[in-house]
Design a protein around this ligand. Structure first.
Ligand SMILES: [Zn+2]
Length: 108
């Protein structure tokens, strides 16, 4: 979940792991999980991902068991910024790919 937490008298937005309820301090250590039928997003540390999925079974729209899709948290945040017209990777205008902050090619 995303939650505002008071930190040194400032309210700051943090991503909190939906499994262990600890702050995800490094985007490289987190995942954004979603069930494509429902679209709700959850966040976990990568180390908590498997345990969270084991407890929280995804359901498809017809009630059958489905799997969770996952994006690395770093990619999720970048894609969110692009979808809010806040960021664009250079040279990718009109393309269906963009480049993450560490040069990794990611699909949209
Ligand atoms: Zn965790």
């Amino acid at each position: 979940m995303i939650r505002y937490v008071q930190d040194d008298n400032l309210w700051c937005p943090y991503v909190i792991c939906d499994h262990c309820n600890e702050r995800i301090e490094d985007a490289k250590q987190g995942n954004a999980l979603y069930n494509p039928d429902k679209g709700i997003v959850y966040f976990t540390h990568k180390k908590c991902n498997h345990a969270w999925e084991h407890i929280n079974h995804a359901e498809s729209s017809n009630g059958s068991r489905a799997c969770w899709f996952a994006d690395e948290l770093e990619a999720f945040i970048l894609r969110l910024g692009i979808n809010l017209a806040m960021a664009k990777a250079e040279g990718t205008e009109g393309l269906s790919v963009w480049v993450g902050v560490r040069g990794k090619i990611l699909m949209l």
